[in-house]
Design a protein around this ligand. Sequence first.
Ligand code: PMP
Length: 355
Amino acid sequence: MPEAVLSRAAAEMLDWHGSGMGVMEMSHRGKEFGEIIGQAEADFRQLLAVPSNFRILFMQGGGLGENAIVPLNLSRGGAVDFVVTGSWSTKSLKEAGRYCKARTAATNAEGGHVAIPEAAQWSLSPDAAYVHLCSNETINGIEFQELPDLKALGSDAPLVIDFSSHVASRSVDWSRVGLAFGGAQKNLGPAGLTLVVVREDLLDRALPICPSAFSYKLVAENDSMYNTPPTWGIYMAGLTFQWLLQQKEGELTGVAAMEARNIAKASLLYDFIDASAFYVSKVDPACRSRMNVPFLLADESRNEAFLTGAKAAGLLQLKGHKSVGGMRASIYNAMPLEGVQALVSYMREFERLHA
Ligand code: PMP
């Protein structure tokens, strides 16, 4: 979370804008919360230039919830194509199989999830209800630098993206997207809020077994108030959207400024790793994530010493996910360049002492 957002939330905690109530104490149907959610939606639309034929839904259930909610709403029980590039798309494929004919159109599992299979080689089904991919694989550190143009690949299916771990870190080409979903807890706010951006023509396809609270159509018709929405999460995300809109890098503002900053942060770290024989990145440079940077120590017996020293230097949560091992630096939007500089300095010093 950006510190400015946390400070503002702290200042407004007991009394939001002179209302005599904190946000957690408000009725979600009251005028005050109506202002908060309306502003959050408008700000997100502006931030990511979401076209007017897309609805922005504030939901619950997280990324894993959406792995069921998307097929319940879009698959019609038919075929769905999955582009498997890592842990999260693998989970999406498996969960969707409970509701539809989930097919693997492409996978990088054989090479160990380190590169994106070339789009021209994907075997897309002519009858797919949609094509799913994870645009940033948080654990494997793989990011689509460009979304596929499914039409150019001969498919009329809408593209569904799981953008949980890089939403608002870069712009989105909505002309290539039918639906995007993401848990808020990386770049937008606290855990508990899920953001869904869905093209209007996809709202009316839900299976009869789809739970009402997870029906995109019902949620859209009720302006995300079919049931009580995660009000605190929406408020915090709204403050984050305002913070993002205010960001500047030279001539750039908002998400463009964040993108420039994220490129600078990621390049600093990858360039350092590539120049060193002590540290290793296994991910194809063409699809390295700007948000999640997994790396290994060439000599893994030094892992514990690396982590202990990092913690002492105030560099936290660097242990890699257990499925890939090694280290992972998650350098989300709110991580300043100085944080990455501190990490690189520590890595350089650790190498000097142990190489
Ligand atoms: N998709 C991606 C890309 C993720 O990074 C995560 C969480 N790390 C999930 C899905 C699962 O999200 P949740 O825990 O909110 O269900």
